[in-house]
Design a protein around this ligand. Sequence first.
Ligand code: NAD
Length: 475
Amino acid sequence: MSTARTFKLLIDGASVDGESLFDVINPATEEVVGRAPDATRQQLDQAVASARRAYPKWKETPIAERQAMVAALGRVINENIEELKRLLTAEQGKPLGDAEQDIGGGAYFCAQSAELTPPVEVHEDSDVRRSATYRVPLGVVCAIAPWNFPIAIAFWKVAPALVAGNTVVLKPSPFTPLTTLRIAELARDILPSGVFNVLSGSDRLGPWMTGHPGFDKISFTGSTATGRRVMESAAPTLKRLTLELGGNDAAIVLPGVDVQSAASQLFQAAFANSGQVCFAPKRVYVHSAVYEDFAASLAELAKQAKVGDGAEQGTSFGPIQNRPQYERVQDLIADCRTNGYGFLAGQDNVPDKGYFVPLTIIDNPPADARIVREEQFGPVLPLIRFDDIEAALEQANDCDYGLGGSVWGPPELAEEIALRMDTGMVWVNEFGSMAPSQPFGGRKQSGFGVENGMAGLLEYTSIHTIVTAKQANVA
Ligand code: NAD
């Protein structure tokens, strides 16, 4: 019998046990961090029923009150950040500073969403009539989060959904449920019963949720493969969907770039969270004029970096979050070896225990290499040499994904290239800034719908247009 701490579900304002528990593993030590409840189908029904019961009152609650409660939720997350970040590092693997950013990001998006009020759009206000579009909530939202940013991404969904007047059932990834379940405990006394429910569970829970007729909307972040299944199971009841899926983002490094500065920014961009970032640069096209210098700078940074247990002082990069993903990344590295691609970094030792992968850089693999074509979602970065900028742009766009990208070099040219990248987001000579007012979302098979900003809030609403004759039709 394990002595690890156990956590509870949040259903209808109460912390409840699951019928059984599953182990959550620390990816740095492979030891059990805690045990999460495996929600049953009946508990899912209870959570959905409580969210449905809470909905009419919540949607009629003045928006200022909803905003105040979501802001309070953000504050309580921040007040407990010391405890929460240790738990997140233990279950997710990321260094403590990164865990603080992930949790702080969740709190920040609560605060930012609490500032937003959907606008009323007036189309006509004449002597004859007034025509205006209001925004109304959708109902009960199913929010499904991944394991790479368990808290920030969960609250990108929960905060705007609640502000807009919906009630929510949130499901964290089975690999990283614990910090979310602890936040659920903290939320219990802030939000009315049933408004916010949290269920953890094994692999069966996600499909049960997305197929459940009691949800009006699914907001899903995860892989493209799972996104397809979510879309299928949403069809019978025509649930609204936001799908934030995978990416294989290109970075293009132009001649005339400041090599040192671009290399150090791209290094952080590509390897932060050990490469497990949806919009990380996952293939870097580098012009021949700067290839050698750029590759040498990047390789030096990779060799100096400390990869280790995120709980240890001085660790910059943690392990891969879970065993299946670790095996996938190892398989891609093995494929590079088998095909004889050059390694500019990545042969160094990392701890034996835990899902550690050294920061790895592959030297100019061919366009059809798996490491170029597939989303690696790990610390293995291919650098691809080019001479012709148009050809590099064509290769960057020759991809089923369309999430993000970046261009580095002389600003005017870089911006011109950025405008021609087929993605939802492109950074030019910087990386990763996510202003809360900035909508974020993918094109092509990176999904559809947006998160953040007013556009993100409106995803949790439906239009409600009222046309009123000025000439009252009364006797
Ligand atoms: P995943 O698709 O394996 O899982 C995501 C979530 O879906 C988890 O909570 C999981 O339990 C649940 N799930 C699994 N099968 C399901 C099903 N059939 N129905 C409903 N839910 C199901 O993804 P992951 O491995 O956790 O995350 C990594 C992927 O997420 C990468 O591809 C990454 O690019 C992508 N991602 C995208 C964004 C974005 O904003 N576009 C952000 C972060 C991660």
